[in-house]
Design a protein around this ligand. Structure first.
Ligand SMILES: Nc1ncnc2c1ncn2[C@@H]1O[C@H](COP(=O)(O)OP(=O)(O)O)[C@@H](O)[C@H]1O
Ligand SMILES: [Mg+2]
Length: 624
């Protein structure tokens, strides 16, 4: 285990806190100032109480009457101290709260921002549930100790002040303080060291429980149709049970240490009274001093706990921070280049692959990565349509990802208008190419928002034009609130084919110069699919057609392409027109025929646009 010893944990935890202070130095200063003010007022109050007892109460008891002046002075002093204490508490609480929640918000933003910057390869290796808990509970855990931190720092100052004032009062009483305060401190340290592994384990289990829950909700359809409910429940129950045990062991440790931490200061007060009584008899101290010191021990007991709170939260903070840092420090994001296309160019782009080799990163670093694509070379000339055909697993989706630069080749180049895509700026790339993925993703928002995505220059007119091109204007117009209709989480209120056409319209609304369709219309009626493609190739408004790379299976769709590229096992096996390939490549003919038969059977059992959505749309945020 990399977590090392608990001594490390305290050291590393303090470094995490140091980072927090460097990020929010001013607010921290406010909080600590408040806390120190509070601490000094606590000490002052002890001495005022002592003074009241020694100078007012005792003489009054002796004399049988109270001097009004002295009493009024004492009352005024106590009142003033109380006001300053309140101000101190206010400053500390406000500062600590600001600091903690600001840090949480900042780091949540940084983590989620990082997710978007990291390449797909990284996302493939990390479960969604873990990412959720990184952004949620891990960020929170990392900054938990911030809440009691200013209190603890103020308390340290207060302890030093207390010991100094003890020495000024009487060396014997000071020695009692020197015995009790460090003992309290030591007890707190032992406590937090024991707590370290337990808290770390609980935090890890929280993430695992959230991961399992997320996975089984996400796969609710599979779980249900395969009758896996019992196994999934058992898997979840086992982890939830582990989490319960871990939390109980945390609670048990609290149960043992909390009473000890309560008792020690009381023992200190007892020792003060015993030693103080002796010193009083010796005439070394006055009643005022004895009462002051005894009172000091009682009021110090509570703040000292703040140091314990910080130390006890450190392990959790370190565990959370390590997981947050893993995301923030993750590398592999794709640097963009400097070349920008003229945004005014409406002409279709030319896409070219030159001897591209590609392999996915292995799931674990020590495993060899296998090559998924090799020697892939082809061109989609400007304004032309190229169909990519091949059996499942041949590498079609991978080629589509490379074309829009979701991933980069191991060797070889992908170029747009002769420029290596790695040389392009992010904005140029985004405005030039659009990918419509195999699995449509729809945001839980209105139809309009899903298509426009807040991109400049896309108003209702452009949205409707895109919907028309995607053959989606009909069903959108028929929706109860048209463009304002909410589509539900993951588009659950739409059929599979409708969602596909919506995501297609989204891509078209940006007027890409190269459109990459990865089996993007598979749930759309074949005739409609062909009509969409025909419309894209020859726009009704007479504008230039986009270049299109389309992964397709249907004969009618493929037949529209200017060229067909046939891939098998990550290699381009043949290329030519549909008719040529049918005649000369047996594998190609078999594939197209087999797909056609499957389609016919499919069509007999259901109509395309009434397909039940495949993803359940269930997604629950579990770990809070
Ligand atoms: N994220 C991934 N990690 C590892 N291997 C992958 C990943 N995605 C696809 N592959 C593998 O790459 C090969 C090509 O996949 P893909 O491009 O999706 O094929 P197609 O779209 O033609 O069905 C397959 O062997 C597949 O198992
Ligand atoms: Mg695919």
């Amino acid at each position: 285990m990399a977590s090392g010893t608990s001594r490390d944990v305290v050291g590393r935890g303090l470094r995490v806190l140091g980072r927090a202070i460097r990020e929010q130095p001013r607010i921290f200063a406010v909080a600590v100032t408040g806390s120190v003010l509070f601490g000094l007022m606590v000490i002052a109050s002890a001495y005022v109480v002592g003074g009241v007892v020694g100078k007012v109460v005792v003489p009054a008891v002796a004399r049988g009457s109270v001097t009004d002046g002295a009493l009024a002075l004492a009352a005024a002093a106590l009142f003033g101290i109380s006001v300053l204490r309140v101000v101190g508490i206010f400053g500390r609480r406000l500062g600590a709260g600001y600091m903690q929640y600001r840090l949480q918000a900042t780091y949540r933003r940084r983590v989620t921002r990082r997710y978007l910057d990291l390449p797909l390869a990284w996302h493939h290796r990390n479960a969604t549930g873990t990412l959720l808990s990184n952004a949620n509970s891990d960020v929170e855990a990392a900054w938990y100790p911030i809440a009691p931190l200013p209190f603890a720092v103020g308390t340290l100052v207060m302890l030093v002040g207390a010991v100094v004032s003890l020495f000024l009062t009487d060396w014997a009483l000071a020695l009692v303080g020197l015995a009790v305060f460090p003992a309290l401190f030591a007890l707190n340290v032992v406590y937090s060291r024991r707590m370290a592994p337990r808290q770390a384990r609980a935090q890890r289990l929280r993430a695992e429980v959230s991961g399992i829950a997320h996975e089984s909700f996400d796969g609710a359809l599979v779980v249900k149709t395969m009758g896996r409910e019992a196994q999934e429940t058992a898997r979840f129950a086992a982890r939830a049970g582990d989490l319960r045990d871990a939390l109980i062991s945390v609670g048990r440790l609290r149960g043992v240490f909390d009473p000890m931490l309560e008792t020690l200061p009381s023992l200190g007060t007892l020792a003060v009274l015993v030693v103080g009584a002796i010193r009083l008899r010796q005439g070394a101290i006055t009643v005022t001093e004895l009462v002051s010191v005894a009172f000091l021990f009682t009021v110090l007991a509570f703040p000292v706990r703040a140091i314990g709170w910080v130390l006890a939260e450190l392990p959790r903070s370190v565990a959370g921070w390590d997981r947050v840092r893993r995301v923030l420090d993750a590398t592999g994001e794709m640097p963009y280049g400097e070349v920008a296309f003229d945004p005014a160019t409406p002409a279709p782009a030319t896409l070219a692959f030159h001897d591209v080799h590609f392999g996915y990163e292995p799931a674990e670093a020590h495993l060899p990565g296998t090559e998924v694509l090799g020697e892939v070379t082809f061109t989609v000339p400007a304004g032309k349509t190229v169909a990519l055909v091949g059996p499942t697993g041949a590498g079609k989706s991978t080629i589509a990802s490379l074309a829009v630069r979701l991933v980069d080749p191991r060797t070889g180049t992908v170029t747009l208008d002769g420029v290596d895509v790695r040389e392009l700026t992010a904005a140029s790339l985004a405005s030039t190419v659009a990918l419509v993925a195999q699995v449509p993703f729809v945001f839980d928002d209105t139809v309009r928002a899903n298509i426009a995505l807040d991109r400049p220059g896309i108003g209702d007119e452009e949205v409707w034009a895109a919907l028309r091109l995607a053959e989606a204007d009909g069903f959108v117009a028929a929706l109860p609130e048209g463009l304002d209709t909410m589509v539900g989480e993951r588009g659950t209120s739409l059929s599979g084919g409708q969602r596909q056409r919506l995501t297609l319209a989204r891509a078209l609304a940006g007027r890409p110069r190269l459109l990459v369709l990865d089996d993007a219309t598979s749930a759309v009626d074949p005739r409609v699919e062909a009509a969409i493609l025909a419309g894209l190739r020859a726009p009704a408004d007479g504008g230039a057609p986009a270049s299109i790379l389309v992964v397709a299976y249907r004969r009618a769709t493929i037949a529209l392409a200017d060229e067909v590229i046939y891939v098998e096992h990550g290699r381009v096996v043949a290329r030519g027109t549909h008719t040529d390939l049918l005649a000369t490549v047996p594998g190609y003919a078999d594939l197209v025929t087999a797909y056609e038969q499957a389609e016919q059977e499919r069509e007999q059992t259901r109509t395309y646009d009434e397909v039940t959505p495949l993803t359940s749309g269930l997604e629950v945020e579990v770990d809070r």
